[in-house]
Design a protein around this ligand. Structure first.
Ligand SMILES: NC(=O)NC1=NC(=O)NC1=O
Length: 245
């Protein structure tokens, strides 16, 4: 049996639920999903400032998961906030949903489009494309121009906008697949794939299957080199929780 910790880096319980259900829907019979979010932080992540705040909460959850002995961690925000820091802290694999969705998209298409939330977050997706080496795979990036939490307001407006943007991207971008650029869109991928007839990829479910694959292969985060545990030093104030026991 493996246990996968799925971290919603923002503090919105509704989005944590959406993300947890999407992870549960694809989890294998041997996998247990632990959906969590930071106890304090930012209700939604919509820029560099929010990401910096959220990263501390992600690291706190990574530490808790490590103490619980989880077999993998997922950072369920499209900016993959704190990913490399989390890999230093973790022993088990740590997968960000942006990297997971991008990797999957390259396996089923030559070029993909990204549909995300606010236009100002497009630069974060662009930075990740460069960091992961996928810039030339991404045909275009689109934003529905709604805040992240519009996905949880029950109106269906954000979901309709995502669908419209996907249809437009398929018509205009010359890409073969769509990557959904928000953890809160995780529940939309399967229906959109069926309706639109192209792979619409959610990073939460992609990451769950990647963690299961890594566990099955006996692979975990390398501690040889720059992802070794952080250097030991006396952390102060709110960060004392990270001091080695
Ligand atoms: N591009 C995004 O919408 N990023 C996100 N902000 C959140 O709070 N969750 C996400 O996935």
């Amino acid at each position: 049996r493996i246990r996968i910790q799925v971290i919603n880096p923002n503090t919105s319980q509704a989005m944590t639920n959406t993300i947890g259900l999407a992870a549960q829907a694809v989890a294998g019979p041997n996998s247990e999903i632990l959906a969590v979010c930071p106890s304090e932080g930012v209700p939604s992540i919509e820029g560099h400032f929010d990401e910096a705040i959220a990263a501390v909460g992600v690291l706190e959850q990574i530490k808790i998961g490590r103490e619980q002995g989880v077999d993998g961690h997922i950072i369920a925000c499209f900016g993959d906030p704190g990913l490399m820091a989390a890999r230093e802290l973790a022993r088990a694999p740590v997968i960000g949903i942006a990297e997971a969705a991008m990797h999957m998209a390259t396996l089923v298409s030559t070029r993909f489009s990204i549909v995300t939330t606010l236009p100002r977050t497009l630069i974060i997706a662009r930075h990740l494309l460069q960091l992961y080496g996928f810039s030339h795979h991404c045909a275009a990036l689109h934003a529905i121009d709604l805040p992240v939490l519009a996905l949880e307001d029950g109106s269906g407006m954000a979901q309709r906008k995502v669908r419209e943007r996907c249809i437009q991207a398929i018509k205009e971008d010359g890409s073969g697949a769509i990557v959904l650029g928000c953890g809160g869109m995780a529940d939309l991928a399967r229906a959109l794939t069926l309706e639109l007839g192209v792979p619409v990829i959610d990073g939460v479910s992609a990451a769950v299957k990647m963690v299961e694959s890594l566990a099955a292969l006996g692979l975990s985060t390398s501690k040889h080199g720059d992802l070794d545990y952080p250097e030991t030093k006396p952390l102060s104030g709110q960060f004392q929780i990270f001091n080695a026991e």
